[in-house]
Design a protein around this ligand. Sequence first.
Ligand SMILES: [Ca+2]
Ligand SMILES: [Ca+2]
Length: 263
Amino acid sequence: MSGDADIIDIVLACKNVVGITNVEVFDAKYATPGGIGTLTATDPAVTKFVKPSISITGTAEVSNLDPSAAYRVSVSDLLFATGVVQFALRIEDGFFADSQINVLSDWVEVSDSGDWVLDGKHWTKAFELGKPNGTGASWRGDILEVVFDCEDARGSTMVEVIDAVASTPAITDMPLVVTGNAATEFSYFSKYDVNRDTVVSSADLAAAMFFFAKHNIDVDWAEFVAFEKSALESLSVSAERCDVNDDSVVDIQDCILISINIE
Ligand SMILES: [Ca+2]
Ligand SMILES: [Ca+2]
């Protein structure tokens, strides 16, 4: 008699393992009343161990003249079709005044964790997001968008994901590896610093005078012109930017405002 048959099931607990490995049969023999024989081991079982991960990406540079910074939280290799992810976001005090939050894709907010909380020098906010429906055994993608209003922020900071775990009906609190945090540089410019070299000077006044009498119906209203700041550096300015009082024309009022703000 001969044939193929499964003879044993083995389940290995593989917590905290990452990488690829083979499970191999070796030293296999069989015995019959007639004697002992050797079994040939064929292909090993190859298993890839992955760790589910979470990351945040976002706006790299922000200035107070367009003071919002958008970030996205993403997960990878989440080995379930339905489940829950818990994590918190952390940002230094002084880098945002308000936030808008959108849950993305097939995810929903499981519980309202309340507002941002100031803990020492950082603001943190906890999230509990669930994926109630799905097929397949793995999921990756964006799950959350956060847009910060950061008008008064200056300098550079990181927006970090902390305390991230995932849970399924079968397993709870699997740690998620944080694979990336978002770094953002926040620059502050006076609106009278029309050439954006961080100082309001006679060069800004000269630029406004160059665009004198330009109106927003002019075709080159938003067109940037390069002005030489030094032999090595030129800075670009548009008529639109020189309209510092936002009345759609560059005139004596703008020149006066820039003049009285010269540092
Ligand atoms: Ca300037
Ligand atoms: Ca004006």
